[in-house]
Structures are given as structure tokens and as C-alpha cells.
Design a protein around this ligand. Structure first.
Ligand code: FNR
Length: 185
């Protein structure tokens, strides 16, 4: 099973990106987690640009989304919502109208923050967005990571054993969930 992992942060020491890197290590057998690393190269969405010359990067990304068996997001929370860069990428990949790449695909949605609230509100906002796209969004279990500085080490590797255990459980549940929708299942 091929899962595309998308972090909503461009920060080098992002807790969300670090969480997805940890997911690459903790994924159950049979689940390959491919990290999306070109979020920062997306232009700002402009319908004039989209209509005149649809960017190659966006077309390639849409293909990666389409060929993935599922999508695993980890989002930060910016002013009680998802980050602008993540929303921009989601919007691009939903276009042109009628030919979006999202939907009819399983979604695992995690969130992480440096504070104790774990970006929970952004997590729910993203769930609603992906439901609206026609996605199959896993409701439970949920995965929220707070107090990022306490669970990652100085190299941004996940160091907290309890969090590692919860992440492995979450990923195993997501694999089972995604298998229900996979054409290969
Ligand atoms: C934040 N942050 C934040 N945190 C939170 O829990 N609720 C919030 O509403 C906000 N709002 C917010 C706005 C803006 C503009 C920034 C830059 C930051 C803090 C943010 O969640 C924190 O920096 C995370 O660590 C960012 O995620 P990464 O980069 O570590 O993945």
C-alpha cells in the first residue's frame, strides 16, 4: 500500500514534518509512506494562471495523489485553522473543476503543535475539507500531538516511547481502514 504523506508546514524543524518522518519508520509492514516535499514550490493559486498554463508541478502532484492508495496529512494550526500554504496546495490540486485529484480515497489526518492544544481545531477543519472533497476520512482513532519539543529529540526524531506506540497503533488502524477502499484489497 502506497501512502502519500503531506505536512502543512515548511519549517525545517517542523513538528508535523517530523511526525510524518516518524510515520515512515513506524508504518506497519506493507505500508510505504512517501513524504511529499514540494509544498513550498507551489505558486499562489490564481485562476488566471490556472486557466492559461496549468503548472507542471501541480499536474505532477495530482498524479501522485491519484496513484496513492491513501493520503496521510499532518497539519499545524495557524490562527485556529490550517496553514495557508497547505490550503493553497489543496486548492490547486482540486482544480480544474471536475478534474480534481482528491476524493474517493482514504484520508488519515493528524496534527501537531509546539503547545499543548495539539492543533486539534485545524485537524477538524482539514477533516471537513477532505470530506467535502469526497474523501473517506478516518474518524477514529485520532492522532493529535502536543508539546512537540518534549517528544522529539534535537535531530527531530521521535523520542517519546508512548507517542511512538500511539503512532504505530494509529498507522495500523489507518492501514486497515484504507484497505477497505483500496482497489487492490
Ligand atoms: C501559530 N501557532 C498556533 N498554535 C496553536 O495551537 N493554535 C493557533 O491558533 C496557532 N496560531 C499560529 C499562527 C501563526 C501565524 C503561526 C506561525 C503559529 C503555533 C504553531 O502551531 C506552532 O508554531 C507549530 O509548531 C507549527 O507547526 P510546525 O511548523 O512545527 O509543523
Amino acid at each position: 500500500m502506497k501512502i502519500l504523506a503531506i505536512s502543512g508546514s515548511l519549517r525545517k524543524k517542523s513538528f508535523n514534518t517530523a511526525l510524518l518522518r516518524a510515520a515512515q519508520i513506524s508504518a506497519p509492514a506493507g505500508m510505504d509512506v512517501d513524504l511529499f516535499e514540494t509544498l513550498g514550490e507551489f505558486p499562489l493559486y490564481n485562476q488566471d494562471v490556472a486557466d492559461a498554463a496549468f503548472p507542471d508541478l501541480v499536474s505532477k502532484t495530482k498524479e501522485r495523489i491519484r496513484t496513492a492508495d491513501g493520503i496521510l496529512f499532518s497539519t499545524p494550526e495557524y490562527n485556529r485553522g490550517i496553514s495557508g500554504v497547505l490550503k493553497n496546495m489543496i486548492d490547486w490540486c482540486s482544480r480544474p473543476s471536475g478534474d480534481g485529484a482528491w476524493g474517493e480515497k482514504p484520508y488519515g489526518i493528524m496534527s501537531a503543535s509546539g503547545g499543548r492544544l495539539s492543533a486539534m481545531r485545524a485537524n477538524y477543519e482539514l477533516k471537513l475539507t477532505m470530506l467535502q472533497m469526497g474523501g473517506y476520512v478516518m474518524g477514529t482513532p485520532e492522532f493529535f500531538l502536543g508539546n512537540g519539543k518534549d517528544v522529539f529529540d534535537e535531530n527531530m526524531a521521535l523520542a517519546d516511547e508512548k507517542t511512538k506506540e500511539l503512532l504505530a497503533k494509529y498507522l495500523a488502524a489507518f492501514k486497515t481502514y484504507a484497505e477497505r477502499f483500496s482497489q487492490k484489497a
